[in-house]
Design a protein around this ligand. Structure first.
Ligand code: PMP
Length: 308
């Protein structure tokens, strides 16, 4: 039977032993930064491939720096710990690692300085997050601005913004929200970057449109360039362009690469995943499961330990 493990207070322990107090600062004020990392199960190789592990911890370090949170462990150490946790947990299905750097002090008061910070990582089984193709709507909630809470940092507090948008979308019968930024341009989904194909060009909003600088997005940009000879254009996208584009898809660690087939009750293109999206999707899924030698360096293997 798989038993989930966690890295908690400097040790690898069974997840059920990793408990924090109700008075923990981060719980009250959203003063934490996090990552989401996929461990993609490969049945043939009998292991998980942790996708772009290092890049995720490098982004965690950047988020910590922006939020002045002290990340005690090195990127190398966090990578090693992640492999250990997945190996010891014994899952034989897709998993998700959640590293969190948080204000662990148990005193009230809104600030981030002069408080203790800690880092934890845990693993959970994680099936598909979105349906095979998604129906979206434009959210009435605007994406937070860099002048509010910087969205290029994965700050837990920002996810109140994402949660409002996601819940509104779901309660209105859609799979995911597309958020505009304060100046009305397309920003991103509640937990995904967005790409549009128009007149053969692959287009995505740039960092100045208040997006998280996605690791899946960077992967797709590279696959499009290397495998299809398609350069990505980073530019502002109007909401109405989504209604007339040829293809649309979202990318994210949880969402993988998900075609968007409907926006605001208008079909995208033919209303089915488009040809470029499908090509990119095939390339992407092979890469993340370690099935393409050329991109194996993105995949850190974690082998299930038979006896513990
Ligand atoms: N935007 C937001 C708001 C997210 O939460 C995520 C998920 N981390 C993404 C984009 C996609 O980023 P990545 O591909 O690095 O997971």
């Amino acid at each position: 039977m798989p038993t989930p493990y966690a890295y908690f207070r400097g040790e690898v322990v069974p997840l059920e032993q990793a408990k924090i107090s109700v008075t923990t600062h981060a719980l009250h004020y959203g003063t934490a930064v996090f990552e989401g990392i996929r461990g993609n199960w490969n049945q043939d190789d009998g292991c998980h491939y942790l996708f772009r592990l290092r890049e995720h911890f490098e982004r965690l370090a950047q988020s910590s720096r922006i939020m002045m949170l002290n990340l005690k462990d090195s990127v190398d150490r966090l990578c090693e710990l992640s492999v250990e946790i997945v190996e010891r947990s014994g899952y034989t299905e897709d998993v998700y690692l959640r590293p969190l750097v948080y204000t662990s002090s148990e005193q009230l008061g809104v600030r981030i300085h002069n408080l203790e910070h800690d880092v934890l990582i845990f693993v959970v089984p994680f099936p598909a997050y979105l349906p095979d193709s998604a129906r979206c709507h434009t959210s009435t909630w605007r994406r937070v601005n860099d002048t509010g809470i910087p969205p290029r940092a994965k700050v837990t507090g920002i996810y109140a913004n994402s949660a409002l948008a996601k819940t509104e979308a779901n309660l209105n019968g859609f799979d995911e929200a597309i958020m505009l930024n304060e100046d009305g341009h397309v920003s991103e989904g509640s937990g995904e970057n967005i790409f549009m194909i128009r007149k053969g060009k692959l287009i995505t909003p740039g960092p100045a449109d208040n997006v998280l600088e996605g690791i899946t997005a960077a992967t797709v940009v590279q696959l499009a360039k290397d495998e299809l000879g398609l350069e990505t254009v980073e530019r502002q996208i109007d909401r109405s362009e989504l209604y007339i584009c040829d293809e649309l898809f979202m990318t994210g660690t949880a969402a993988h690469l998900t075609p968007v087939v409907e926006v605001d009750r208008r079909p995208v293109g033919t209303g089915l995943p488009g040809p470029l999206t499908s090509k990119l999707s095939n390339l992407f899924y092979d890469a993340i499961r370690g099935k393409n030698e050329k991109y194996r360096h993105w995949c850190t293997p974690a082998r299930v330990r038979v006896s513990r």
